[in-house]
Design a protein around this ligand. Structure first.
Ligand code: HEM
Length: 416
């Protein structure tokens, strides 16, 4: 592997016509932003992140595929970044770019070692059992609001279900004060609300997972944590804690938003009539269409150029930051010349591509969680409708993760 380096003081690597991504009005309609960036800049656009930190946004399907399959040119260790001296410690994107000794930032043989442990530990998850557990969690969550005839599904359902399911898959009980506290702390550290202290919450998550690893070393079970401990690669406890945090965090927001975006599509688009007997069949199509057109991980930061190179006609300098424009790539007119977007196949880049892509069994497990969440809700509350007009649904103000701020619904109250 080429050692990361930090060529300080090289100034702005991108052109003066760079487009500000922070605080832009396009957050409600990112597809317009991608179209206009593509029109003005082609497949690789110069952009400014928060605090006007420059980066490249890769919008082309073949360019994103190229970046993600050429680790020798575009690598994951963010310590290469040539902009570190401009980044304040409280920079909002720090949680995503600040180097951590986890699978996310490792490269080469070390990455293969860490990723193979995660892959094999996730491969041990029985999909039928996971489906049954998710069904059970879904029933519990629905029971909390079913009697009232109304609910806000993003916090009360879409995000809560994958969080509980992932915690359980990692070997913790779904109920109990300890688990409830962990689920709460994970939510706060990944998605802090007003008055939350994400740093303290993140600290408690680490402590709880350290304890979990200790307990599972003493008494292994049939769960992801125990399989990581017993794997012949011999990860240290701290490596396992780091990678467990990566697994849980990587699973949570995207799967929750996949569920939310799919429910929104089902409830707003008449092609998916959910209250007729054919509704069940449409769930798979809606899940797939969301991955093409409204994918949760819209943009992913990122990769860092190992050396000077060319990409989409741009000169990329060593240490430049490259953001993967996964949503833009999925709707690239080069792969959809007839403007027919939303294929039945799974050739989208929503799970990324290459060495660091979402590790093989994870998309399957996410599919089990999302499908079970959507199907169980529609079965239990068959006359579910939006409680507001579709145009009133607001997206969270983020260009990174596409998810609704709230999904208010109404239905006939179910009395148990
Ligand atoms: C069970 C649920 C999931 C688990 C356990 C999971 C796990 C992971 C892990 C461990 C990584 C890091 C891979 C590495 O750096 O080697 C990752 C990356 C990623 N995952 Fe997932 N994930 C899940 C669901 C999802 C969903 C639903 C999406 C989006 C639809 C998604 C999209 C991604 C993307 C875009 C990356 C970044 C890959 C890159 O750096 O190129 N994941 N995931």
């Amino acid at each position: 592997m080429t050692e990361p380096r930090t060529p300080a003081g090289q100034g702005c690597p991108v052109s003066t016509d760079a487009v500000k991504l922070a605080g832009i009005s396009y957050q409600q309609t990112p597809s317009e932003l991608y179209r206009s960036l593509r029109r003005e800049h082609g497949a690789v656009a110069p952009v400014l992140l928060d605090a006007d930190v420059p980066a490249w946004l890769v919008l082309g399907y073949s360019e994103v595929s190229y970046v993600t399959s050429h680790d020798e040119l575009f690598a994951r260790d963010s310590r290469r970044w040539n902009q570190w001296e401009r980044i304040p410690p409280d920079w909002p994107l720090m949680p995503f770019v600040g180097y951590q000794p986890s699978v996310l930032f490792t490269e080469g043989d070390e990455h293969r070692r860490r990723a193979s442990v995660i892959t094999e530990a996730l491969e041990g998850v029985d999909q039928f059992e996971l489906g049954r557990d998710c069904h059970h969690i879904a029933e519990q969550l629905i029971a909390e609001f079913a009697g009232s005839g109304q609910a806000e599904l993003m916090s009360g359902y879409a995000h809560a279900l994958p969080m509980r399911a992932v915690v359980q898959v990692c070997g913790m009980p779904t109920s109990g004060d300890d688990t409830r506290q962990l689920v709460d702390d994970l939510r706060i550290s990944l998605d802090a609300g007003e008055g939350d202290d994400p740093v303290a919450a993140y600290g408690r998550v680490g402590e709880r997972l350290r304890q979990l690893v200790k307990d599972k070393r003493a008494a292994p079970g049939s769960d992801v944590t125990s399989r990581m401990i017993l794997h012949p690669a011999g990860l240290t406890d701290e490596e396992i804690v780091q990678d467990l945090i990566s697994v849980i965090a990587a699973a949570q927001q995207p799967t929750g938003n996949w569920i939310g975006n799919t429910l929104r599509l089902l409830l707003t688009d008449e092609r998916f009539a959910v209250n007729v007997s054919g509704g069940r069949l449409s769930v798979g199509e809606a899940l797939n269409e969301v991955l093409w057109l409204d994918t949760p991980t819209q943009n992913f930061i990122g990769r860092w150029a190992v050396r000077d190179t060319q990409l989409g006609g741009r000169h990329i300098r060593a240490g430049d930051c490259v953001v993967l424009g996964l949503a833009a790539a999925n709707t690239d007119p080069q792969i959809w010349p007839e403007a027919h977007v939303g294929a039945e196949n799974a050739a989208h880049l929503s799970f990324s591509n290459g060495e660091h892509r979402c590790p093989y069994p994870a998309p399957l497990l996410a599919d089990v969680m999302a499908r079970t969440a959507v199907e169980t809700l529609l079965e239990r509350l068959p006359d579910l409708v939006l409680a507001v007009e579709p145009e009133q649904l607001a997206w969270r103000p983020s260009i990174w993760m596409r998810g609704l701020a709230a999904l208010p619904v109404e239905f006939t109250p179910v009395v148990r």
